[in-house]
Write a protein that binds this ligand. Structure first.
Ligand code: 3PG
Ligand code: MG
Length: 398
């Protein structure tokens, strides 16, 4: 595996100003943070640095203010949330560069934690302007990146800073990189990937990369319909991108060439309404009624998917198998998730999951804690599955 410098390479942190990039882009509804997972994930790095006497300066973005000050996207209110999770005082400065930031940093004592305002309030963040990165760097002696979920962005606080200061991976980044290496970088075979979700169109690159790297690719969710339709199966009113039939066929061919088994549903649970508890029936995929839509894969398919999980030494999962948010169409996702969790707990499987809905699906199945690693990253996890370079990570490599 490619080597990264980690906190283990840092001695004598007392008094050092550490610019720590974290991802505090937490979901907010009606002014309240609804999920603090991302804060909890970076807490160990923050506390380790603070405990070692460093002056911990948190850099983060929030939302997409596009280089302007947007008060609703201020990190000020998030400081309190971080404080609660850490159970440690968190100071806040209303700018991430210049006099305001400089004064706040100068006032720090060893072990202090300071959160700087949203880096994206400055245009130079997203354009990765070297002058802006230099202005950020002025407040630090060391750069630590613990924001895997923002590592697909080549921004000043994720990439640029590493050209100005010695750069290290934080504990979460380190765990994430280790898990991803186990998942796809250098996995124990056989490797099975499960890819679900609504659309093929958002996951073409990902599917094309995976068929070359895994032994079996299980396709579920709405996107399975696109593959079935491309095989000439009538999917009724199911969610389906008919215009992507040739892309689906191309992916099938690439899978065949690469020796990757493409596992499509053979049966499905169909309904006429998209709502929890809707009347439903289980049919083989070649018997989907014209006025019905497939909302979950059926029991025969679950059995086949679980058999692949049993055969696998490594599992990479992105996207639910069915409409898990409206029971009973969560059955396949829950069954496969629980089966993978059991195999993992028995020490028989390395299971890595991430991206968008996947974390909520695994939480819904009650097994997010039992996987080897569940990434809170959305876009970064997908780009990693697509085999794309992640600028925030490349720059940490030694
Ligand atoms: C995320 O929420 O996925 C990360 O924080 C990155 O945010 P972005 O998609 O706005 O760059
Ligand atoms: Mg995102």
């Amino acid at each position: 595996m490619t080597a990264f410098k980690t906190l283990d390479d840092l001695t004598n942190l007392a008094g050092k100003r550490v610019l720590l990039r974290v991802d505090l882009n937490v979901p907010v509804k009606d002014g309240k943070v609804t999920d603090t997972t991302r804060v909890e994930r970076v807490a160990p790095t923050i506390m380790e640095l603070s405990g070692k006497g460093a002056r911990v300066i948190l850099l983060a973005h929030f939302g997409r203010p596009k280089g302007k000050v947007v008060p609703s996207m201020s990190l000020e209110s998030i400081a309190g949330v971080v404080e609660n999770v850490l159970d440690h005082r968190v100071h806040f400065a209303a700018d991430c560069i210049g006099e305001i930031a400089g004064k706040a940093v100068d006032a720090m004592v060893d072990g202090d934690i300071l959160l700087l305002e949203n880096t994206r309030f400055h245009e130079g963040e997203e354009s990765n302007d070297p002058d802006f990165a230099a202005a950020l760097a002025r407040n630090g002696d060391i750069f630590v990146n613990d924001a895997f979920s923002a590592a697909h962005r080549a921004h000043a606080s994720t990439e640029g800073l590493a050209h100005h200061l010695p750069a290290y991976a934080g504990r979460t980044m380190q765990a994430e990189l280790t898990a991803l290496e186990q998942g796809l970088g250098n996995p124990v075979r056989p490797v099975v990937a499960i890819v679900g979700g609504a659309k093929v169109s958002t996951k073409i690159d990902l599917l094309k990369n995976l068929v070359k790297r895994v032994d079996a690719l299980v396709i579920g969710g709405g996107m399975a319909n696109t593959f079935l339709a491309a095989r000439g199966i009538n999917v009724g009113k199911s969610l389906c991108e008919h215009d992507l039939a040739s892309t689906a066929r191309e992916i099938e061919t690439e899978a065949k060439v690469a020796g990757c088994a493409l596992v499509l549903p053979v049966d499905g649970v169909v309904a006429r309404e998209f709502k929890a508890g809707a009347d439903n029936e289980t049919v083989d995929v070649d018997a989907i009624p014209a006025d019905a839509m497939m909302l979950d894969v059926g029991p025969k398919s679950i059995e086949a998917i679980n058999a692949w999980i049993t055969k696998a030494d490594t599992l990479v999962w992105n996207g639910p198998l069915g409409a898990f948010e409206i029971p009973p169409f969560d059955a396949a996702t829950v069954s496969a998730a629980q089966h993978a969790a059991r195999r993992t707990e028995e020490g028989l499987l390395v299971s890595v999951a991430g991206g968008g809905d996947t974390v909520s699906a695994l939480n819904h199945a009650g097994v997010a804690e039992d996987f080897t690693y569940v990434s809170t990253a959305g876009g970064a996890f997908l780009e990693w599955m697509e085999g794309k370079p992640l600028p925030g990570i490349d720059v940490l490599k030694v």
